[in-house]
Design a protein around this ligand. Structure first.
Ligand SMILES: O=P(O)(O)OP(=O)(O)OP(=O)(O)OC[C@H]1O[C@@H](n2cnc3c(O)ncnc32)[C@H](O)[C@@H]1O
Ligand SMILES: [Mg+2]
Length: 225
């Protein structure tokens, strides 16, 4: 993908917050605002940078009864290339430089086994152009419809030499879209052991088995120690 194409696609971001102004000044303001809202006691604060409000909502729900207190800034981070772990680490370094304090970022992949793991971290562009129905259709010529959802949460702080990753995976099958279309590829992902898609499952159920839950669980354990 050329830089120009990538820039064009970046303009059409889905799932972003309504405030789309990502000028240096705006980013700084968002970060300062989130600094103001600190001051929690007993709980450890973690600071998530994401441009995706649905991710943020799930983080809030999953972390609700843990010792971690979430604050966030809605900054659109660049879509990088590489393998999922490389992308996650570079994304965390960029976010850390912007925030100038410990941060976490999250990168989600949807991987088709028939495609040896692709679209993987590039799922956002596939979803944007093909929509959930098209994503299911591209597997038509393949017998194997299985895949997995993967979430990599990456933490970076000044004490660390390099970012730390927490990986959560949920295996499943890619099916025809079913359920509400309000979060990404949820309508076409049916986790193993369920006959409902992520989109059809009540949020509490998705949050008990999701790729995001599994990565967050590892992160919570890391910060407990
Ligand atoms: O700012 P960031 O955190 O990067 O937010 P993003 O929306 O760009 O997210 P990713 O780069 O991780 O791209 C992942 C794509 O998968 C979608 N997605 C992420 N988590 C999902 C989930 O749990 N269910 C369905 N779709 C999801 C998301 O909307 C994107 O299109
Ligand atoms: Mg992104």
């Amino acid at each position: 993908m050329s830089q120009q194409e990538s820039n064009d696609i970046n303009q059409k971001r889905e799932n972003s917050f309504t405030d789309k102004d990502n000028s240096e000044e705006q980013i700084q303001k968002k970060l300062e605002k989130s600094n103001d809202s600190q001051g929690m006691q007993n709980k450890k604060e973690i600071f998530l940078i994401t441009g995706n409000k649905n991710k943020l909502l799930e983080f809030q729900q999953i972390l609700a009864n843990t010792h971690l207190e979430l604050s966030s800034a809605n900054v659109d981070l660049p879509e990088l290339q590489g393998n999922p772990e490389e992308i996650a680490k570079e994304k965390a370094m960029i976010a850390f430089k912007e925030a100038k304090k410990p941060v976490i970022v999250e990168d989600t992949s949807l991987c088709f086994n028939a495609f040896n793991g692709l679209p993987g971290p590039y799922i956002k562009w596939f979803l944007q152009e093909l929509k959930p129905a098209g994503l299911h259709k591209i597997l038509a010529g393949f017998e194997d419809k299985t895949g997995y959802a993967q979430c990599i949460i990456t933490y970076m702080s000044e004490e660390l030499k390099e970012p730390v990753c927490f990986v959560g995976r949920t295996p499943g099958t890619i099916v025809e879209p079913r359920g509400p279309q309000n979060f990404g590829w949820d309508p076409i992902f049916q986790p193993d052991g369920y006959d409902q898609t992520y989109a059809e499952l009540p949020k509490e159920e998705k949050n008990k088995i999701s790729h995001r839950f599994r990565a967050i669980d590892k992160m919570v354990e890391y910060f407990r120690q």
